[in-house]
Ligand binder design. Structure first.
Ligand code: APR
Ligand code: PHB
Length: 389
């Protein structure tokens, strides 16, 4: 089989790229190792920057998001028993974010792909990529016991952190930058109304907590936990008790609890692999970088890579290789700013085991600075709402 672009991975990055390319008349196949249900089973942050919302509109998949998503003009920082609102819209000249679950977004992209009859292979085993140093890259995989081979112009590696694409780059061609944090997030999803209209990021001596939501009747909460913790050790009741302790009294009193629909522990990591292009292979999304979830930049960064890549490929087929030549450096400029912001917000709000009193005092001073300085709030708001392209 021959296509212009072989996209490896049907997460948000791969599906969004496929959609943008299809609208530009470029033919692509998406090859995914898992089943659609498995892909939809992953629960991840759901806060979209305006630029990501615009890109989804451009891809023609924004209708349900606009109908069901929640537009937020601010969020709150909880500490010292109180809360400080960060007025995103007021501090950024009107920018807002869209709270819309990544599962729903992925479903919309899957539905659009199916409705347009675009080729997608789920359940592809032993995917491997070849010859991306030359002009005729190839992708091989096993499907229903039969080996398949695809010849293409370019391979888009949208196969996440554990994917095969980054792993196929020759040793020594990649520079890896990484920080692993000494704690995790225990997340719980429940069909209960959110504790507050806006998200609350809470810093507490017992550890960080986050109150988020998927809709007006479905909430997503997190508490910082130890990396040694196991989900089975945390009953729902223990989770709710711990969350309540880490919130201010007003939020704690209005927290509505209920049975969990999902509960999981995620480690926190900052990771960047450079560059993002090797000949005719491009990495995009989690395949190239990971941020800790504080600030919800993961999906937004994936969207930003895909924006650059889709435009670069459209330009290429129109006769210019400038976009693909600058793909890596364009992406990395935004990636590193989002890495910096996610690291900063993580460091500001979590308790680090074994930290000195000095570090603790710095955290307190930074929060106090945020309360009293509009400039500091504006810097936070500008990054949270999303930096311009
Ligand atoms: N072959 C084919 N598909 C693969 C392979 C492989 N060898 N390895 C992984 N995949 C698939 C995974 O099953 C997954 O569906 O690639 C997809 C990658 O999707 P994601 O991990 O969701 O990554 P991405 O699309 O870049 O999305 C970024 O996800 O982790 C969050 O915070 C992140 O929100 C951001 C978003
Ligand atoms: C979420 O809703 O899952 C979420 C929201 C904001 C974050 C992280 C996760 O910063």
């Amino acid at each position: 089989m021959r296509v212009q672009i072989a996209i490896i991975g049907a997460g948000p990055a791969g599906l969004l790229l496929g959609q943008l390319l299809a609208r530009a008349g470029i033919d692509a196949i998406v090859i995914e190792q898992r089943s659609p249900d498995h892909v939809l089973g992953r629960i991840r942050a759901g806060v979209l920057e305006q630029v990501a919302v615009d890109l989804l509109d451009e891809a023609g998949v924004g209708a349900r998001m606009h109908a069901e998503g929640l537009v937020h003009e601010g969020f709150e920082l909880g500490f010292n028993g109180g809360r400080q609102r960060i007025d995103l819209a007021g501090l950024t000249g009107g920018k807002r974010v869209m709270v819309y679950g990544q599962t729903e977004l992925t479903r919309d992209l899957m539905d659009a792909r199916a409705a347009a009859g675009l080729p997608t292979v789920y359940g592809a085993q032993d995917v491997s990529i070849h010859d991306f140093g030359g002009e005729r890259p190839r992708v091989r995989y096993l499907k229903d016991g039969v080996w398949q081979e695809i010849v293409c112009d370019f391979i888009a590696g949208c196969d996440g952190y554990h994917g095969v694409c980054r792993a196929s780059v020759p040793q020594g061609a990649l520079s890896i930058y990484e920080r692993v944090y000494p704690f995790g997030w225990l997340g719980l999803l429940s069909d209960t109304p959110p504790v507050s209209e806006e998200l609350i990021y809470s810093s507490h001596p017992r550890g960080f907590a986050l109150c988020s939501m998927r809709s007006r009747s479905r909430s997503r909460y997190y508490v910082q936990c130890s990396l040694d913790d196991k989900v089975a050790q945390w009953s729902d009741a223990m989770f709710w008790d711990e969350l309540r302790r880490r919130l201010d009294p007003r939020a704690a009193a209005s927290l509505v609890t209920g049975p969990s629909i999902e509960k999981s522990i995620a480690p926190l990591r900052s990771f960047v692999a450079e560059p993002l292009r090797f000949g005719r292979l491009f990495l995009a999304g989690d395949a190239a970088h990971i941020v800790p979830p504080t600030g919800a930049k993961g999906l937004n960064l994936a969207a930003s890579d895909v924006r650059y890549l889709s435009r670069a490929l459209v330009e290429f087929y129109a006769g210019s290789s400038s976009g693909i030549d600058h793909y890596s450096e364009n992406c990395l400029r935004r990636i590193w700013k989002a890495e910096r912001f996610s690291w900063w917000m993580t460091t500001l709000l979590h308790r680090f085991p074994g930290t000195s009193g000095f570090d603790q005092k710095l955290q307190e001073a930074e929060l106090d600075y945020l309360v009293h300085s509009t400039a500091a709030q504006a810097a936070l708001a500008e990054n949270y709402a999303g930096l311009p392209f």
